[in-house]
Design a protein around this ligand. Structure first.
Ligand code: FAD
Length: 476
């Protein structure tokens, strides 16, 4: 946590207010908000931890809200005063589009983390501050499955509003495809419920571009009643010699993925003297040793140098990704959608990776491939997320330079861009379709929003005419 003292802030307030009376200083903003929000909330200068310190948002005031009314009050105050603000859920967003100026306010949603299930377990209501580590235990206790991302530290809705990739998506589609309704604080400070039948335009926009249109207090989403066996998955880890990367990549390209199956290729730190390794990790819901090995047979046939597998209960599915959740450090990640594994390019990617990984040992390269049949059964026009994610994406590709020494920045950016350049199937890599929640922040808006962009631009004028929501791949 970064801490500025209130005395410092108040001192600034007194000095600067005398000179420039119209711009409320952080001290003034903090005092004003303190007097406006509920007593259950708090106003502080302690910044909740974020995943990456690279280009992180630097607010001057943090409001730990306790109710939807608190959120509405902060938004009304900030829009009236012309102060930038940002809602924070899991704090894992890495896009470098944050800019809170000199007196920005962070709305910490963490206390709005309630997760409830309907009696018949077909609907879950997820608080805007819940992390996935809140959602999965609640779903497990209810005897249900609900689509989430694959790391427990993520804001459940932060991830879902952009699209929402996760283990269950081959069976139920993207997170956004499962949203039934949203309780949203909009730019005017009003709190409204949006759904297919209530403000349908905004409902469409929220599902793919949510942070540009409002702060979600809670989302009601579809869930699946599930037996204890339904809530298990067979998960494997296979390590390969780097020389086998082209064959491994080709096998991932050719693998016929079942709806309840997903596969990742990861270049990562082995944990043994920081040695880089090639890891393939798979998931098969309700899989057994027998069905699991059958589903991943072409990968096993390549002769991993070591391997392990386990049948994991629902609450353990994401545990192996906990290291990836670690907060702090510089992580200027890049990503793009790939339409092909380009198997022969992997020796080059390995060389780029190992050269940088010597300096940033936890750096990683990831390919995430999911079954898209269910996602493709929904028309592109049903939600604002870029249709390219449903149609053109073979997989998502991510490169994460991860280091502490800020003097490595230029090298890190070059490494990330070079790998993205290799993956891109567009002439200009920053125009290649890119998942908003994995994007770096240097992409064109059409790379992020695809053919939804013109309609989003029109709706932005209707729902946020003064540009209150400007922090997450802002629509202009
Ligand atoms: C370790 C790791 C693992 C990941 N795994 C996955 C994965 O499995 N699947 C996947 O799809 N993505 C994944 N991602 C990407 C993830 O979706 C994004 O990082 C996402 O932005 C995280 O949301 P957050 O709430 O944690 O972050 P934050 O930084 O808190 O939020 C990101 C943006 O969303 C906005 N936002 C958050 N909550 C709300 C809300 N309630 N209402 C309105 N706006 C809101 C914020 O204002 C901000 O602009 C992963 C990222 C990391 C770092």
């Amino acid at each position: 946590m970064r801490v500025l003292s209130f005395i410092q802030l108040l001192a600034t307030a007194v000095t600067v207010t005398a000179l420039v009376p119209r711009i409320p200083t952080p001290g003034v903003v903090a005092n004003d908000l303190k007097s406006l929000v509920s007593t259950a909330s708090s106003v502080s200068v302690d910044l909740p931890a974020r995943w990456s310190d690279y280009n992180l948002p630097l607010p001057s005031v943090v409001v730990n809200v306790a109710s939807e009314n608190d959120v509405a009050i902060v938004i009304k105050y900030c829009t009236k005063q012309g102060i930038k603000f940002l809602a924070q859920n899991g704090g894992r967003g890495w896009g470098k589009t944050f800019n809170l100026g000199s007196n920005g306010v962070l709305i910490n949603l963490a206390a709005l983390n309630k997760v409830t299930f309907s009696a018949n377990k077909t609907q879950a209501t997820i608080g805007g501050g819940a992390i996935i580590g809140d959602v999965i235990p609640a779903a497990n206790a209810a005897g249900a499955l609900v689509v989430t991302g694959n790391c427990n530290c993520l804001g459940a809705l932060g991830a879902m509003l952009g699209a929402g990739y996760g283990n269950l998506m081959g069976e139920v589609g993207f997170g956004v495809d499962n949203i039934i309704s949203l309780r949203v604080v909009i730019a005017s400070g009003e709190v409204i419920t949006v759904s297919k039948t209530s403000y349908p335009d905004l409902f469409w926009a929220m599902r793919g571009a949510g942070p540009n249109f409002g702060v979600v207090i809670s989302a009601t989403v579809k869930s699946m009643p599930a037996t204890a066996e339904d809530r298990t998955a067979w998960i494997n880890n296979l390590y390969f010699a780097p020389e086998k990367l082209p064959q491994v990549a080709q096998a991932i390209q050719d693998l016929p993925l079942l709806p309840h199956q997903r596969i990742y290729l990861v270049l990562t730190n082995s944990g043994n003297n920081n040695e880089p390794v090639v890891l393939v990790t798979g998931y098969l819901r309700k899989g057994t040793e027998q069905t699991g090995r059958a589903a991943f047979a072409p990968i096993y046939a390549l002769g991993p140098s070591s391997e392990s597998s386990t049948i994991a209960d629902y609450e353990e599915w994401n545990v192996s990704n906990d290291g990836f959740c670690t907060s702090g450090g510089q992580k200027p990640a890049y990503s793009t959608t790939i339409n092909n594994m380009q198997a022969q390019k992997w020796p080059e990617i390995w060389n780029l990776y190992t050269a940088f990984q010597k300096k940033g040992p936890n750096s990683a390269v990831l390919i995430e491939r999911y079954n898209l049949t269910k996602a493709q059964s929904v028309p592109d026009s049903s939600a604002a997320l870029s249709g390219a994610l449903r149609r053109q994406a073979f997989a998502q590709a991510i490169v994460i330079p991860w280091y502490d020494d800020v003097t490595l920045e230029a090298e890190a950016l070059t490494f990330g861009q070079k790998v993205r350049d290799i993956w891109s199937f567009s002439t200009t890599p920053t125009d290649n379709p890119t998942y908003i929640n994995f994007a770096h922040g240097d992409e064109s808006l059409s790379a992020i929003y695809g053919s939804s962009l013109p309609r989003l631009q029109t709706l932005k004028k209707t729902w946020d005419p003064r540009g209150a929501f400007t922090q997450w791949f802002p629509i202009k």
